[in-house]
Ligand binder design. Sequence first.
Ligand SMILES: C[S@@+](CC[C@H](N)C(=O)[O-])C[C@H]1O[C@@H](n2cnc3c(N)ncnc32)[C@H](O)[C@@H]1O
Length: 326
Amino acid sequence: MPAEIVDVQTSENFRAIQLQILDGLQRPAGQKNLPTMLLYDERGLRLYDDITTMAPEYYLFGAEEDILKNHAMDIVMAMHNTTGCIPGETVIELGAGSLRKTSHILRSLSHIVDIPSRVPLITYYALDLEKRELERTLNAIAISDIGSDLKGKVETKGMWGTYDDGLKYLKSTGLYAPTAIDRPSRLEASMRFDARDLSPSSTTSGSDSSGAHVFDVSPPSTPEEVQPPLHIMFLGSSLGNFNRKDGAAFLHSLPLRPGSGDTLLLGLDHANEKDLIEEAYNDPRNHTKRFIMNGLRGAGRALGNETLFLEDKWDYVNVCFLVVKF
Ligand SMILES: C[S@@+](CC[C@H](N)C(=O)[O-])C[C@H]1O[C@@H](n2cnc3c(N)ncnc32)[C@H](O)[C@@H]1O
């Protein structure tokens, strides 16, 4: 069965991106910019895949993949440290991409649900910008061996739109608040898996043995008020696509509810050597250059002429100005 894709796009997106392009190009020299969203059209996503599969210099992907491959279960346990698995819980991944890393989390999520049911206990939404890529990646998961692990346990769906669209949709539909159908019956609630029984420690600490951090916001007050938690995943150092101020504002805008067991799984690089970073974003076989240059086509297309910015009139330079060590 083809993957279900929820269209959450808002009509303002097209005009908004045009205005961002014009605003970014009118800035003084040295401050000009284009929205990073332009990088991720269908071709851009394939080019990004090329970076992650053919440019080992881009160490971030492999490093994060190793963490998820080796510690997905620890991470999933930390996500459920305070609540266990509650029927109706939602996992949403912002900018899901290829789902290669996600597949480890999905498999581990399936392992915390004991018994398959007609309505799977957990719903996972892959949010991204390109509908066809969402269909392709979700269908690939469904027909892989992970797909059979997920059956009756974790339902996978696409959410087509921007981060803002997806977050608006979550807030407006109350996707993560229980509906009459989703709300766990007392029997279901009593059957819920309690990760604390299996985890090595029963603290509410947000870090696990992988060193990954799952930000957690404490348990619900009474069992009767059990609300399915919302788990947000934001991997691949995508926060780096924001400047610091906007990145902080974006994290603040996430609809995580204190006292609900909601969590945020954030994948970020740490401070590294300047040369290593510069090579990661400018590999010798030019995979990254092709990916970045594709953004120029996107910018032209958004303004009505795909060849408005001729690639051969532009150069790709990648300089790491500042490495902050914590
Ligand atoms: C750096 S890639 C990371 C992909 C994947 N999460 C990973 O870790 O490999 C960023 C992803 O976010 C998506 N993306 C970028 N900006 C977005 C936006 N404003 N709204 C929704 N998705 C966005 C891109 O299409 C792309 O799939």
